[in-house]
Design a binder for this molecule. Structure first.
Ligand code: THG
Length: 636
């Protein structure tokens, strides 16, 4: 997606594409500087500035006019906390839509009064972070989704030109707010083509969002959403923001916005003051416009009409300056950092051990609800070299969705690795995604139960901005799991087409799993499946070079002795990577470098993988079942 996407066709989006727009300054600080009474104006709700659109619309309108007067192109509605969760703290939960609508109506009429043909004025619907964060467990995704939906509905009714999801501290909060806007738009028969969504995150002085998220991780986690812009506001002044604005200017493929505070606050005689003067404030923003192609500039805490006036005088209708943008490498993210899907000279290592049916240890920890033990197991896998962690809590007789929440909530904060949310149940996958702020990978979708379930899981990938593993299984009850290269390829093709064309998933976010079947069963037929996987992988990689390919490697050697499994898994993996496999779910510490495997063992493993039972190439010539015993002994 780029800023030129046909989706971005609203008057506001077109204005932003043609010139730099100036956003207003601090509403909060402006309100606090007026003489307003708690009992009268705030109706007894101290600090509930959102109530003023009802009790003192004249004051709110006045502040809008002040900023319009000095040349701001856009004003923000006084609705920062006008959502169900925040207003609920004042027993005003049911007022979210009404206050939001009123805030938009006040701003709309003020903006319209100042609009001319040459200088139209726009209204941005402010949606703040609230006081409860999902990642901290203060609230839940469904509660926050309702809260923001009520706010977005009111903003639409009141006539905003864009949504501004701002001062974001938690990626789950951003994703939830974006989905709420999309849901409200749909309910009103509209889309982002009518009212685009802008997102502005807050990078603290620590260099990350409050929850520890880097700007890189934020960009990756948000890039699949149809948002018009991404930028920074609050917490610091322009100097401290420069590094992150530069990064966005280099990598973010749509508009970049910035609304700094008037410097870092200092305490003067017990009062907080923002020291940066209007002149240097505007100069710093000029550099952002010229060097990073920032298209929307404004002010946050401590910025006065004079700050915005100097900003507007500097901008003065200048053309948008589009700088060259580099492409972000396809990646998933933890809550903190991105991890690229493609690893140089290696494969994306997905740790297999947080799996109730793949690890006796994990199963025992889950039964005992030893959450700390699970975190320790996860950390251990990262220490052993896992880039991503597969998490599967499917267990008959337990509440799997609840277990998924318990586990994911903890892993997200305590372990710095992206998660692969693994379940056969849609509800369990969704429970995990609702707790993970970073960009996860869903494991997995397939056609076994038809297109309806496949579609449901694609929709989850869309809603939560995740990557998606797709297994090559289809509806055919005779041969559901593809065993031949032809069927692996055919089902891969069908699923890639459906996921990209029907659901709009990005090709690079799809991981095809051509399925590893055990070759260790002693059955003649099963011996050919390793070869089929290598062939299938080659064909998928050749035809779809942008798609990722993964597999559950350890399946190949089920039932063999542990030492034999290590050798066979390692040799097989090496062949798969050469064939184009880009990732694998493995026990990281049990993968041996080929140089560490004896030649004899390597040869036997290769015979197994390539099903060469012929004596002339070193096989035993025995039937699979008999040969297997010989081989297992030779490998171990
Ligand atoms: N494709 C996709 N996802 C998958 C699989 C796949 N997820 C689950 C599984 N298959 C991959 N994960 C594992 C995890 C463990 C083992 C195999 C596959 C395993 N465990 C040992 C065993 O069962 O013998 C137990 C080890 C222990 O108890 O510690 O082999 O194919 N997309």
């Amino acid at each position: 997606m780029t800023a030129n996407d046909p989706l971005f066709s609203s008057p506001f989006a077109r204005a932003l594409a043609s010139r730099v727009l100036v956003l207003d300054g601090a509403m909060g600080t402006s309100l606090y500087s007026r003489d307003l009474t708690v009992e009268g104006d705030y109706c007894g709700c101290e600090n509930c500035t959102d109530i003023l659109v009802d009790s003192r619309p004249d004051v709110v309108e006045d502040i809008h006019k002040e900023f319009l007067e000095i040349g701001a192109d856009c004003i923000e509605t006084n609705s920062f906390g006008a959502n169900t969760l925040v207003l609920g703290e004042f027993d005003l939960a049911e007022k979210a839509t009404e206050f939001s609508r009123k805030s938009a109506e006040i701003a709309r009429s003020a903006a319209d009064a100042y609009s001319t043909k040459d200088k139209p004025r726009f209204v941005m619907g402010s949606m703040g972070p609230g006081t409860k964060l999902i990642t901290l467990g203060n609230t839940t995704w469904p509660a926050m989704l309702d809260s923001y939906t009520n706010q977005a509905l009111g903003l639409i009714e009141g006539g905003v030109d864009a949504f501004l999801i701002e001062t974001c501290q938690d990626l789950l909060q951003v994703k939830c707010a974006v989905n709420a806007c999309l849901r409200a738009l749909e309910q009103k028969g509209k889309s982002v083509a009518d009212i685009p969504i802008c997102v502005s995150v807050t990078i603290e002085q620590t260099g990350t969002m409050l929850m520890g998220t880097s700007i890189e991780a934020a960009a990756h986690a948000l890039r699949r959403y149809p948002i018009l812009s991404l930028g920074l506001n609050c917490a610091t002044g322009p100097t401290e923001m420069a590094e992150y604005i530069q990064w966005l200017g280099k990598y973010w493929d749509r508009h970049v916005s910035v609304a700094p505070n008037a410097g870092l606050p200092v305490l003067v005689e017990g009062r907080t003051e923002y020291p940066l003067k209007p002149g240097p404030f505007a100069e710093a923003q000029q550099r952002f416009i010229e060097q990073s192609g920032v298209g929307l500039v404004g002010g946050c805490c401590g910025t006065t009409p004079e700050h915005i006036k100097q900003l507007a005088d500097m901008v003065n209708g200048r053309d948008a300056k589009r700088t060259e943008r580099a492409t972000l490498p396809p990646s998933c993210t933890s809550l903190y950092q991105p991890v690229e899907y493609r690893q140089d000279n290696s494969f994306l290592i997905v740790g297999e051990r947080c799996n109730a049916s793949g690890s006796r240890q994990f199963k025992r920890l889950l039964e005992a609800e030893d959450w700390d033990g699970i975190v320790a197991l996860a950390k251990n896998q990262v220490r052993e070299g896992s880039h991503v962690l597969d998490v599967n809590v499917d267990y008959a007789g337990r509440d799997n969705a609840s277990d998924m929440r318990e586990v994911v909530q903890r892993l997200v904060r305590q372990v710095d690795a992206p998660l692969m949310i693994d379940s056969t149940q849609v509800a369990t996958i969704e429970a995990g995604l609702q707790c993970a702020g970073g960009k996860c990978i869903i494991n997995s979708a397939n056609f076994e139960d038809g297109e309806e379930k496949f579609d449901q899981i694609c929709k989850l990938a869309k809603t939560y901005g995740a990557g998606l593993v797709i297994g090559t299984i289809d509806e055919d009850p005779e041969a559901a799991m593809a065993r031949t290269a032809d069927r692996k390829f055919a089902i891969a093709k069908r699923s890639i087409e459906r996921a990209t064309q029907v659901h709009g998933l990005d090709e690079t976010d799809i991981f095809i799993d051509p399925l590893v079947l055990p070759i260790s069963t002693g059955m003649d037929d099963d011996r050919r499946s390793a070869l089929a996987l290598i062939e299938g992988t080659k064909r998928i990689a050749e035809t779809f070079p942008n798609v990722q390919i993964t597999c559950g490697l350890s399946n190949v050697s089920f039932g063999l002795k542990p030492a034999a499994r290590q050798v066979l898994n390692s040799v097989f993996l090496d062949e798969l990577v050469k064939a184009g496999m880009t990732s694998a779910i493995v026990h990281a510490s049990k993968i041996l470098p080929l140089a560490k495997i004896e030649d004899d063992q390597k040869r036997v493993a290769m015979h197994l993988v390539y099903d060469k039972r012929d004596e002339s190439v070193g096989g035993t010539g025995l039937p699979a079942a008999d040969e297997q015993k010989t081989e297992e002994a030779a490998l171990a």
